[in-house]
Design a protein around this ligand. Structure first.
Ligand SMILES: Nc1nc2c(ncn2[C@@H]2O[C@H](COP(=O)(O)OP(=O)(O)OP(=O)(O)O)[C@@H](O)[C@H]2O)c(=O)[nH]1
Ligand SMILES: [Mg+2]
Length: 288
């Protein structure tokens, strides 16, 4: 787990991002001061002091210091710090005013060190997953059904901007995956879903499909017991659609009624995503 990120120079700490409740700023700033003075090269290094792994690098008279728990791998931490170093150098070319430089760098930090939230749309063929993905992207979904063959993604950085607010996470990156739901791809579902933070289980709300979807939910629970799963009771415009409450009852999880071919559902769906992401983030910020 990442704990804190500092950018400092000889005049002190310029940026501090604390990802934990612990009061680590003061001791880590002291260590940073010493490193700034003693460290002579610009290599990125890791060292463990009192259970905290400190990864640091010098760049243009500044020190970037990342404090993490000691179980984290040096490789991953150094990769992050190197990315930040590159970002700093890139911004340094753009901003001569230090205040502007620090503000821009502060904004870039979360983008580099927080891994995106992965959301997977899962469900049988033809239930409306691709239509939902297109709706999320703000595209007009095609009316005719073209089964998905290869996974597709939507990155929600722009769509979610400003809609996801958490205290310590400025900008949450969200990636939505849409998979092929037809039976012949069944062997691949487990693989595609892997690493998801949230699964949206989509059903077309017919009795038959809801029952099949219940079986799918059992499989997901087996593959990934701790994943957050919510359901979309899609195609609510069709006469044979079961009500979301009925779908909820059969599945045993919250089912939101949706009509993916109706553009007015875009913001309803984005809002559901936002709330679900917030609840997942509350349980622990996602780091690489
Ligand atoms: N009436 C109605 N039709 C819908 C709705 N959502 C999707 N559809 C239609 O259902 C068909 C299948 O939708 P897709 O989004 O392609 O289904 P999918 O889940 O991606 O299917 P696979 O890629 O095979 O897994 C398309 O013709 C959509 O236009 C809805 O809410 N109501
Ligand atoms: Mg599809």
């Amino acid at each position: 787990m990442l704990l804190i990120l500092l950018l400092m120079n000889e005049n002190g700490v310029k940026i501090a991002k604390n990802y934990t409740e612990h009061q680590l700023l003061f001791p880590l700033a002291k260590i940073g001061e010493a490193l700034l003075e003693l460290e002579t090269d610009n290599e990125t290094k890791s060292t463990t002091i009192a259970n905290i792994k400190i990864t640091y690098t010098k760049v243009n008279g500044h020190l970037i210091l990342l404090g993490a728990s000691r179980e984290e791998s040096d490789f991953h931490l150094q990769k992050r710090v190197n990315e930040l170093k590159e970002k700093f150098l890139e911004l340094k070319k753009k901003y001569t005013n230090p205040k502007e430089l620090y503000a821009a760098f502060r904004n870039a930090i979360d983008q580099v060190i927080i891994t995106p939230v992965k959301i997977s749309l899962v469900g049988y063929g033809g239930v409306g997953k691709t239509t939902i993905l297109k709706l999320i992207r703000g595209e007009t979904p095609p009316k005719e059904y073209k089964p998905t063959l290869t996974p597709e993604v939507a990155t929600l950085e722009s769509a979610m901007e400003g809609t996801v607010e958490t205290a310590s996470v400025g900008n949450v990156r969200v990636v939505v995956w849409d998979f092929a739901g037809q039976e012949q791809f069944r062997a691949l579902w487990n693989l595609w879903m892997r690493g998801s933070d949230i699964v949206i289980l989509v059903t077309d709300s017919t009795y038959e499909n809801v029952m099949k979807t219940k079986f799918l939910l059992d499989l997901i629970r087996e593959w990934a017991p701790h994943i957050k799963v919510i359901a979309f009771a899609n195609k609510q415009d069709l006469p044979e659609a079961m009500k979301p409450e009925e779908v909820s009852e059969i599945l045993g999880i919250k089912a939101h009624g949706t009509i993916a071919i109706d553009p007015s559902y875009r913001f309803i769906i984005l809002d559901i995503l936002k709330k679900t992401i917030e609840s997942v983030l509350r349980e622990g910020i996602k780091f690489a």
